[in-house]
Write a protein that binds this ligand. Structure first.
Ligand SMILES: [Fe+2]
Length: 366
């Protein structure tokens, strides 16, 4: 990777590909005081009004590109910075590589809470692990006064829902959700009916006196990869059909649609949805539905199989942070006669955690 000049054209060379960098692309990145507010890195001019910009003069010295543009502006550019932007090295996917896992995962990524956790190197490492594995566990978090709210807000901003800023998970009479019973919960993603679907779930164990009630997690991207390799037809239909998810309460009706396996434009995994208590597939041709139902059955079997599921017990003080767009979570049943089981949960968005990760990367110069 390098940048070279060719008759006042700036050429970016990556392997054997040569690309001329558009003069406006460079002109709008002029960082001199007159053009950029140093406090917030925002432009002090509107580059959409620039036109017919060409490069009048160009030289390279010691990794600095020195340009004079046709509107008379002269500026210096750090070639390393330009290269980094060109290659998108600062993006999350280039900062953290996902590691897909199944039940052979040996050690759960675990961190210990301390008073100065929020802006520490530990928090940076935690967020990196979170994006690598799709979950982390934080031990010894204070359990008093709904501390989960403080914890969530120390990463970013809590995402309130119609349940409020946070929700309590314990068995109650006449529950409006199966979470508030003592029944086993098979692996699912939370709230696919919300728009947008909450990105990250935090669950804080406050009390745990029962012998059951184990937490379960499944890496949805790993299962989807397995399905793609072993049954491409099933995989394909689950990535194509948008399913409606619906939640009905006495005060609200929530609804959203999405694929059980959502891909981005480059066919990378974007989001998993799975909640078979609330999904309504559209009325398609019978043979299409036949295939869809077989595919859903297969992926459900995979999500519920021992091959992919990990199981562990949260202790009082533990916070489990789960990527709700990638992982499925559940729990085993428990016996309310054995004692109390009480967890508190809330949501934050990737906006928060990615923003914090970038900030800490900058802070520690990593
Ligand atoms: Fe849940």
């Amino acid at each position: 990777m390098k940048i070279e000049l060719n008759n006042k054209k700036v050429i970016f060379i990556n392997d054997h590909n040569k690309t001329e960098i558009h003069p406006i692309w460079l002109r709008e990145r002029v960082r001199d005081e007159k053009f950029l507010d140093k406090n917030n890195d925002q432009r002090l001019f509107d580059p959409s009004f620039l036109n017919n910009i060409i490069i009048k003069n160009a030289k390279i010295n010691n990794n600095i590109l020195d340009l004079t543009f046709s509107d008379g502006i002269t500026s210096k550019f750090d070639i390393n910075k330009l290269t980094s932007e060109f290659l998108d090295t600062e993006s999350l996917s280039n900062t953290v590589k996902q590691k897909l896992w199944d039940s052979s995962l040996k050690n759960n990524p675990t961190y210990k809470f301390n008073e100065n956790f929020s802006n520490s190197k530990d928090m940076f490492d935690l967020l990196k692990s979170f994006y690598k594995y799709g979950f982390v566990i934080v031990k010894n978090v204070p359990t008093e006064n709904n501390y989960i709210v403080n914890f969530a807000n120390s990463i970013g901003s809590i995402r309130p829902t119609n349940f409020g800023d946070f929700f309590n998970v314990r068995s109650v009479p006449n529950p409006n959700d199966l979470a508030y019973t003592s029944l086993a919960l098979s692996p699912h993603t939370d709230n696919p009916y919300r728009k947008p679907v909450p990105c990250i779930q935090l669950l804080h164990c406050i009390e745990s006196e029962v012998s059951g009630g184990f937490s379960t997690l499944v890496d949805g991207f790993k299962v989807a990869t397995y399905l793609k390799e072993n049954n491409p037809e099933y995989f394909k239909i689950l990535t194509k059909i948008k399913v409606k998810f619906k939640f009905i309460d006495k005060d609200v009706i929530l609804e959203n649609k999405g694929e059980l396996i959502e891909l981005d434009k480059k066919n990378n995994f974007k989001q998993i949805r799975f909640n078979t208590r609330l999904d309504y597939v559209p009325l398609l041709e019978k043979n299409q539905l036949e295939l869809y139902y077989k595919a859903r059955k297969e992926i459900s079997n995979l999500y519920n199989s021992e091959k992919f599921r990990i199981k562990f017990k949260l202790a009082p003080g533990d916070i489990m942070m789960v990527d709700n767009h990638r992982l499925l979570h559940g729990r085993t049943a428990y016996d309310t006669n054995e004692g109390k089981r009480f967890l508190q949960g809330c949501y934050i968005d990737h906006d928060s955690s990615e923003g914090k990760l970038r900030h800490l990367k900058r802070k520690f110069n990593l």
